[in-house]
Ligand binder design. Structure first.
Ligand SMILES: Cc1ncc(COP(=O)(O)O)c(C=O)c1O
Length: 390
């Protein structure tokens, strides 16, 4: 049988145009490839977009999460609560600081971390919460911030999926104590690799800056010894080289100018999917909570398997055979062999585990065309029809 498409459509990819290329070429022709002026230009423009006081850029989003855990004071044996329905980096950053990831279950409607389960998992060792705005939909930040205040916890929001999303009228990036964004090519804007933390807290801001450059400072107000030589600097703690380059920053700044257009297209394609799939009983569509607007990083369908003769794997493989680049986001973090060796039992978060059995991610990115969206729609309808019990 001929597939719906004769070329493969990935689930996500970057959009790069001539402006982006020129921005990078300008840096390459200039004096600074790194530690130059493009870093703070990007940070200021980004902070202004999300509405935060400060923004500190990093080589990637994972480094940014690590830095946020450091700034929050996570140390050996501290517990940090996060969701298993995320990329490994949301929990790995806790381990980098020798902390202990504690997984709380998800809300079955929004797929985001459930504040009730967070509260159940708090102990006297809990120091922070890392909610993830999964697929671009803000987590239940109102309840999470209330819990954090009550128990004196830091909220590090993993908004790798949520650039441009809003929560109760505020842009994501201006709500939590610290918020992380990623600029990996499948994300809303790209820097090749890149990440950023936004915050309104000056103390966190200064720690983040020093952490990303080896723990070194030249700030005269911070120096411990008063050596007057002009080349003097001090290292105060063990930091890392987690800096973004000027090449990355110039690309990200150029991309930021197009973000609203990218968001518009993502939303448009989501409306097309929703409209086309709304009457298919074997599919549960993504849910958007009224307190926030999603930035639609991912479009995930949930298969109602009791209505199908095939498994999720059958549906996945059949869509791949139609040249639709499906994916699964995510294998629960504690299923990964490294976490299994650390002793996390299966059954820890039943809703997350149930969700994992049923989900398929469909292609969604601004550089796709309406024709691409319709190809996906036709492929999904064809495959669901094939496996439908009715
Ligand atoms: C939810 C989530 N957190 C963290 C990361 C890590 O970001 P990066 O790939 O920029 O290191 C990613 C993305 O890859 C992600 O999707």
């Amino acid at each position: 049988m001929t597939p719906i498409r004769d070329t493969y459509l990935p689930y996500g990819r970057q959009w790069i145009d001539q402006d982006d290329i020129q921005a990078v070429v300008n840096v390459l022709k200039g004096d600074f490839l790194t530690t130059g002026p493009f870093i703070s230009i990007f940070e200021q423009e980004f902070a202004s977009y999300v509405g935060s006081k400060f923004a500190v850029s990093f080589s990637n989003g994972t480094a940014a999460l690590h830095a946020a855990c450091f700034a929050a004071g996570i140390d050996e044996g501290d517990e940090v609560i996060t969701t298993p329905v995320t990329f490994a980096a949301s929990a790995n950053c806790i381990l980098y600081q020798r902390g202990i990831p504690v997984f709380a279950d998800i809300d079955k409607k929004t797929y985001n971390i459930d504040p009730f389960d967070i509260e159940k998992k708090i102990t006297d060792k809990t120091k922070a919460i890392i909610p993830v705005d999964f697929t671009g939909q803000p987590a239940n930040l109102r309840d999470i911030l209330t819990i954090a205040k009550k128990h004196n916890l830091v909220v590090i929001e993993d908004a790798a999926h949520a650039l441009g999303a809003t929560y109760q009228g505020k842009r994501i990036g201006s709500v939590s104590d610290m918020t992380m964004f990623s600029f990996h090519p499948v994300k809303h804007i790209t820097a090749g690799e890149g990440g950023i933390i936004t915050t309104n807290n000056k103390d966190y801001y200064e720690k983040l800056l020093q952490f990303r450059t080896h723990g070194i400072t030249r700030d005269p107000e911070k120096l411990i010894n008063n050596d007057e030589v002009p080349w003097y600097y001090e290292m105060h703690f063990l930091g890392y080289n987690y800096r973004m380059t000027d090449i990355q920053a110039a690309l990200a700044t150029s991309q930021l100018k197009k973000l609203d257009h990218f968001l518009h297209l993502r939303k448009k394609y989501v409306s097309m999917y929703n409209r086309e799939f709304q009457n298919i009983n074997a599919i549960t569509l993504p849910f958007e909570h009224e307190r926030g607007s999603s930035s639609w990083h991912l479009y995930i369908i949930r298969l109602e398997l009791e209505q199908l003769t095939g498994t999720r794997k059958d549906v996945y493989n059949a869509l791949l055979a139609e040249n639709i680049g499906v994916n699964v986001h995510y294998i629960p973090v504690y299923y990964l062999p490294y976490y299994q060796k650390l002793g996390y039992p299966r059954g820890l978060c039943p809703e997350a585990e149930k969700l994992y059995e049923q989900i398929v991610t469909l292609p969604l990115f601004p550089a796709m065309t309406e024709k691409d969206v319709l190809d996906v729609v036709n492929a999904v309808k064809k495959v669901i029809n094939r496996y439908s019990k009715t």
